[in-house]
Design a protein around this ligand. Structure first.
Ligand code: ATP
Ligand code: MG
Length: 555
């Protein structure tokens, strides 16, 4: 490719509001352009990177027995209703109507479509297991688009769906996909960590994110030795506080204080951990849920949402709390309306003689003991982990941040239970539901994460596996046309900066910015030799054309 003909040129500056370096570099290098917020053009250079990423993914998916196909992007809305996913506001679902009034979801993920397809076939146990995948455009009406390709509203995803006969067989598929993902990201030049995470709107019981550690990522997780979990689900051990203390009888006292936890600490002169924290939430059906936890801990709203099996949870408003017969800042599980489902964190078993509000302004309870003075409708871990907490394996949690480039999910029978007829005929002639998993990789986010990890002050340093061209050929004063032709003839992918109206400095700067793995320079100085420099290194060598070709082909 001659640079003079290339559509999309380099820029000295990125727009001021581009804060993430990889975003700036992809813009400046001529890889991408934004259309509207969160929707991007991939320019020819960017498309070549995306294509190479997809080629690696495809090769590894095929190696693992995956079969590539494609579904329509518009999914009949009835299918999403069948799985209750139109009710889930956690999902950034977009909808569209055609001129006949038929309603569609713009696919953000495609579980329904693949189940709808497979249930039309009379599958027998001999047909399973199989794993179907596609590369297709996904739509997500994200609240905020952010960081260039990191969080967008429209993007290409590789999504795969596995169908197994039972859980035992599925576990092998899941382990195989985990290995496949590790191999994919290694080939793409990314170190990833497999982080246990929350299934969210996708459904199922467990999942793992593949995360590359970088401060510009949005996944917050913890590691502690071999323990690695997303902040949404991370577990930690609790130490007992004052269990040695004798339990005293509960009393209600006047408490002229403000509504915060600190106000309670100040008024009573007792530690924060001895206070009970009460968080009033409302689910999608308008039902009230009270999260109750030790005062020094935070409520993990995702854990809470999961334990009460809600699609959506939000904080109750002050008016709602008052209408319930309680008072903001003075909520208490004691004497609370029976309408409220009380979820108690096990941390309340680590304290005695606690204090909390009494559901009335300026009234508190002292010496509250869980089990004696109030009971839980549900006792479950709803605590938010923080750095320094002790992981289940006894090691300290360290907080980390990264970019989630891929995700693998166990779905189990989640969809096959909800979608009628998603069965196969087993050996004994009976109809059995298939056991599922799904596996996603975002192409754009992966591409930008690679640029984020592989760059220096001058620009991107593409790993060979994804570079848009292998070689960046530069001519200074003399022509390099014949060298270009010979390299191309030898099967080497070359971007040839053939401009004669820019300085050597500009050409070098552009080569560093665009980031091809090898830079070749032909000038009056190099005579019949070619100057070779790796983008990542400093060493400059003078080589003959034959040697250049040999080395390129070896790579
Ligand atoms: P996130 O937690 O970042 O919103 P997700 O859990 O919604 O991601 P999945 O539904 O698992 O993501 O989608 C699979 C993959 O698609 C992700 O691992 C990521 O690479 C990519 N992806 C998801 N949402 C976006 C987005 N808004 N922009 C870019 N890539 C995305
Ligand atoms: Mg998401």
């Amino acid at each position: 490719m001659r640079y003079s003909q290339l559509f999309g040129k380099t820029e000295k500056q990125a727009p001021r509001d581009y804060q993430v370096v990889s975003h700036q570099l992809l813009y400046r290098g001529g890889f991408i352009r934004e259309s509207t917020a969160g929707r991007y053009y991939f320019l020819p250079l960017g498309m070549r990177v995306a294509d190479r990423i997809m080629a690696v993914i495809e090769a590894e998916m095929d190696q693992a027995g995956g079969q590539k196909m494609i579904t329509p992007v518009l999914h009949p809305l009835e299918l999403w209703q069948e799985t209750n996913r139109t009710a889930s506001t956690g999902f950034e679902l977009m909808k569209i109507k055609d001129r006949r009034g038929a309603q569609f979801a713009l696919g953000g993920t495609a579980e329904e479509m693949f189940v709808e397809l497979t249930r039309r076939f009379k599958l027998s146990y001999k047909d399973l297991p199989f794993n179907l995948y596609q590369f297709s455009t996904k739509f997500r009406d994200e609240l905020r688009a952010r960081g260039g390709l990191m969080r967008v509203r429209e993007f290409t995803m590789k999504d795969a769906y596995s169908f197994d006969r039972n859980e035992v067989e599925f576990k092998k598929t899941y382990a195989q996909m985990a290995k496949t993902y590790s191999r994919i990201f290694t080939r793409l030049g990314l170190k990833t960590q497999m982080v246990a995470a929350d299934n969210g709107y996708i459904g199922g019981d467990y999942c793992h994110e593949f995360v590359t550690e970088t401060p510009v990522g949005e996944s917050k997780y913890f590691t502690a030795g071999d323990y690695c979990a997303h902040a949404e689900i991370a577990k930690f051990k609790l130490k007992p506080k004052n269990l040695g203390e004798k339990s005293k009888s509960m009393k209600k006292i006047v408490a002229k204080r403000g509504p915060t936890m600190e106000d309670g600490v100040k008024l009573h002169g007792l530690p924060l951990w001895q206070q009970i924290k009460d968080l009033m939430m409302v689910n999608e059906k308008g039902e009230f849920i009270l999260g109750v936890i030790r005062g020094d801990l935070g409520v993990n709203e995702i854990k809470l949402k999961n334990v009460v099996r809600a699609y959506d949870l939000r904080h109750a408003t002050e008016e709602e709390i008052i209408k319930l017969g309680s008072y903001p800042g003075f909520i208490s599980p004691i004497g609370l309306s029976k309408k409220v489902k009380v979820v108690v964190d096990p941390s309340l078993k680590t304290i005695v003689n606690a204090y909390t509000g009494a559901n009335k302004k300026h009234l508190d309870y002292l010496n509250v003991n869980y089990g004696r003075d109030f009971k839980a409708d549900l006792e479950a871990d709803i605590a938010l982990a923080k750095a320094g907490d002790i992981a289940p394996n006894g090691k300290k949690l360290a907080a980390r941040r990264g970019s989630e480039v891929g995700n693998i999910f166990q779905l189990g029978y989640h969809y096959t239970n909800l979608m009628k007829g998603s069965t196969f005929t087993d050996k004994d002639g009976s109809q059995k539901k298939y056991y599922m998993g799904c596996y996603g990789i975002g192409i754009g986010r992966t591409m930008q994460t690679i640029a984020e990890i592989h760059h220096d002050d001058q620009g991107i340093i593409w790993p060979e596996s994804v570079a848009p061209y292998q070689v960046h050929l530069i001519n200074l004063q003399v022509s390099a046309d014949s060298i270009y032709d010979q390299l191309v003839k030898a099967g080497i992918e070359v971007l040839y900066d053939d401009r004669d109206d820019v300085s050597a400095g500009v050409k070098f700067a552009d080569a560093d910015l665009i980031g091809m793995p090898i830079r070749l320079v032909v000038s009056a100085k190099t005579k019949d030799k070619i100057e070779w420099k790796n983008r990542a290194g400093k060493k400059i060598e003078l080589l003959g054309l034959e040697e250049v070709v040999k080395r390129c082909l070896k790579k």
